[in-house]
Design a protein around this ligand. Structure first.
Ligand code: FES
Ligand SMILES: [Fe+2]
Length: 366
């Protein structure tokens, strides 16, 4: 059941989806109020493995140094050459390709060619800027210095379900992508908070809105959740249930969706865990980092591993299809926001969006 008894007027007006002044405020708040999803521990398993990307306009590289995951600004301390190409890979050394400066896990220089050109060199001062890295399950996050919460504090009561749903012993990476949408970051966040658009946008993939009777919305200071046990009876859904029972010995029919304020979402089912975070690139453009994890069999057998591999491929393909369906709508919403003259309206079924607006419209996100 929904908790709202009336529709509401959204707190955030169209200007907060369009204007650069709101974008600047959003970026500042996102830097201080969230950890940022980079990738998985499996992608950074060996010494030298790295992921380089931009987070809220900041170039960041996360790299494994033996037992340690370390994050730096991806900019050389000498004359600011980008250290590592964006994407993933492995390098034997963390070394700048311009003049060959090499760095250690503390961000300080290890080797400077022609070091006598830098008499009395201050290694503390001329070093890479570091960022904190932490993990939950196999998810790797970084934070900026402005954020004073630990990852555990930020995740709050969502830490446990995220840990369970991304545990490397039960889940294998089947989807990793950074998608760009021509829309303000809040538009895809909001789309993930309601099932109202399913019939119109995802009828062939996601199925129908389960409806109020089968829906449970929950709210707390950290975010909101949606939960349903309603499942279709199609052949695919029955096969999915039978497969999970065969692979793991049990099947939980629940679908749970988590929104951790302000911008981290997770869809949790027995077949696939999707964790995704949406961050602004500009006032009217955003990027979604999405990590999909498919089920590993908890019972032995080669056939089970093969079947689970097939399920991981299939579920990742369906998930991408759903994301692509949404991607056709977001630019239309952005176009509409540019021409809108009022705040629109949230129905009762959109009460999670209302909670997000109240959080983001409040000066301190409280
Ligand atoms: S800019 Fe990196 S070594 Fe010179
Ligand atoms: Fe959608």
């Amino acid at each position: 059941m929904y908790q709202a008894t009336t529709s509401t007027i959204p707190k955030l007006g169209p200007e907060s989806y369009c204007d650069s002044q709101y974008h600047d405020q959003d970026v500042t708040r996102l830097r201080s109020s969230a950890w940022h999803l980079i990738g998985t521990t499996g992608q950074l398993a060996s010494t030298g493995d790295y992921i380089a990307c931009h987070v809220l306009g900041v170039p960041i590289v996360v790299r494994r140094f033996d037992e340690q995951l370390v994050a730096f600004r991806n900019v050389c301390a000498h004359r600011h050459c980008q250290l590592i190409d964006e994407g993933m890979g492995n390098t034997a050394e963390l070394k700048c390709r311009y003049h060959g400066w090499q760095y250690g896990s503390d961000g300080q220089t290890r080797r400077i060619p022609g070091a006598k050109n830098f008499p009395n060199f201050d290694r503390q001062r001329h070093r890479l800027e570091g960022f904190d890295v932490d993990t939950v399950g196999q998810l790797v996050f970084v934070r900026f210095a402005q954020c004073d919460q630990t990852l555990s504090e930020w995740l709050g009561e969502f830490e446990k379900p995220l840990q369970v749903a991304t545990d490397a012993k039960d889940w294998k990476l089947n989807l990793f992508n950074r998608l760009t949408y021509e829309a303000n970051w809040k538009i895809p966040v909001e789309a993930s908070l309601e099932s109202y658009h399913l019939d119109e946008v995802h009828a062939k993939t996601f199925g129908s809105d389960p409806g109020e009777e089968a829906t449970l919305h929950q709210f707390n200071a950290k975010g909101t959740t949606f939960q349903t046990e309603s499942r279709g009876k199609s052949l695919v859904e029955r096969l999915e249930e039978a497969s999970i029972r065969w692979l793991t010995g049990s099947f939980d029919p629940r679908y749970q969706h988590i929104h951790l304020f302000p911008n981290l979402m997770a869809s949790l089912t027995e077949t696939i865990t999707l964790v995704y975070q949406i961050e602004p690139l500009s006032a009217q453009r955003c990027q979604m980092t999405v990590i999909g994890l498919g089920r590993s069999p908890s019972r032995p057998g080669r056939l089970k591993h093969l079947w689970a591999w097939g399920m991981r491929r299939m579920s990742a393909r369906i998930a991408m299809k759903i994301f692509m369906e949404d991607a056709t709508i977001f630019p239309l919403v952005q176009n509409g926001k540019r021409g809108a003259v009022d705040h629109g309206i949230f129905g009762r079924c959109e009460e999670r969006l209302d909670a997000f607006h109240k959080y983001w419209a409040a000066p301190n996100g409280q």
